[in-house]
Design a protein around this ligand. Structure first.
Ligand SMILES: Cc1ncc(COP(=O)(O)O)c(C=O)c1O
Length: 370
């Protein structure tokens, strides 16, 4: 147990957690740059906002902030079940999909449990297991910024309790191909739960693998995570969900969350967003085109850019990315400098408006002379 100066004894696993590498706050960026027009390219939000139907739903009489919202998210789970072709009993809705990462960790892990994931990674795939005293093994990406399938297969042979993989992969960008996903599925051992985090699913190119569909027919236990924060543009409302292979996983995960975890605005907004799939698809289409343009421009600067099936790009700067990010902040541009050991030259930049992307490209050209 770790005693603190105030005489309290903290949970040592929680007290020792590494900080979550969150995007810099806009007020800090304004203070640092003296500019009002901040290019917010650190948190993979949708620069186009959200469907107008969402704003209509929030302005309607259906929004009753004085009432507790449905703790079971019955209407939203029903809408998701119909959309995804699964039984609603298999779905748990979270205060963002990040809450579902915590819930699945709490549902399965105890002190000393083994967890497998990749590096660089989405921070919470490591932080939530560590909070429970689990041991986390992280497999590095390959030299060409891809999944290291042979290493994954070897590590999965020891049957970690949870395997966390995001595909498309945050922060790197690529998605598992259908063949590679099948290799991963074949490597799942009895007693292991594969958690496939598809937060960026909607941004993958047409024809990309649908992890949920592949897992449905696999016969394996699984949890697929998706979110309304990215393509649907609801990051500020906090709503994401888990689709589980069986109701028992969903039941235990639901027990691991707080009862009224998804607020009334989030539930209404998510349903409205699902009803306006056309808005989301059109937005995704524009951002994919912009992603290709920005990737090509970074390549033209001579920077190494990972393949991306997401709404961000991961690339290698010519010097420490934290120093470059600090210089960009001074110009009112927020990006994320990668800090995991071995990746300190890598930067992740969200695809923003074309104007913001052009600001980033111009600044990077100066910071990374050939
Ligand atoms: C891979 C991945 N999973 C989960 C999340 C959490 O998203 P949210 O809690 O907003 O649904 C994120 C957010 O950036 C992410 O990149």
């Amino acid at each position: 147990m770790s005693a603190s100066p105030n005489g309290l004894t903290f949970n040592p696993h929680v007290a020792a957690l590494p900080p979550y590498n969150a995007g810099t706050n806009v007020a800090i960026a304004r203070a640092a740059s003296g500019r009002e027009d901040i290019a917010r390219l650190a948190s993979n939000e949708n620069p186009e906002g959200c469907s107008p139907k969402v704003m209509q739903a929030l302005a309607s009489a259906a929004f009753e902030p004085w009432r507790y919202a449905d703790p079971a998210c019955t209407a939203l789970r029903g809408a998701l079940a119909a959309r995804l072709g699964v039984d609603a009993a298999h779905i748990v809705v979270g205060n963002g999909s990040e809450e579902m990462i915590a819930a699945v960790s709490r549902a399965l892990l105890v002190q000393g449990s083994q967890v497998l994931t990749v590096v660089p990674s989405f921070g919470l795939h490591e932080i939530e297991p560590l909070a429970l005293g689990a041991r986390v093994t992280k497999l590095p990406m390959t030299a060409d910024c891809g999944f290291d399938l042979p290493a994954l297969e070897r590590a999965m042979a020891s049957a970690p309790r949870i395997v966390f993989l995001s595909s498309p992969w945050n922060p790197v960008g690529p998605a598992l191909s259908a063949a590679d996903l099948q290799r991963v599925l074949r490597a799942v051992q009895p007693g292991s739960l594969l958690v496939l985090d598809e937060a960026y699913f909607e941004y993958a190119d047409p024809g990309s693998v649908d992890g949920l569909e592949a897992l449905k027919s696999s016969g394996l236990p699984y949890v697929v995570l998706r979110t309304f924060s990215k393509a649907y543009g609801l990051a500020g409302l906090r709503v994401g969900y888990a689709v589980c292979s069986d109701p028992e996983i969903a039941r235990v995960m639901a027990s691991a969350k707080t009862p009224f975890n998804v607020n009334a605005a989030a539930q209404l907004a998510a349903i409205a967003a699902l009803e306006d799939e056309a808005w989301m698809r059109a937005s995704v289409e524009r951002l994919r085109t912009e992603r290709k343009r920005v990737a090509a421009a970074l390549g033209a600067l001579g920077l190494r850019v990972a393949d991306s099936q997401t709404n961000f790009l991961f690339f290698e700067c010519r010097s420490d990315s934290a120093e470059q990010a600090a210089a960009l902040l001074g110009q009112g541009i927020i990006v994320k400098a990668w800090r995991e050991a071995g990746y300190e030259r890598f930067m992740r930049a969200t695809i923003g408006s074309s104007q913001d992307n052009d600001r980033l490209l111009a600044a990077l050209a100066v910071l990374n002379p050939v």
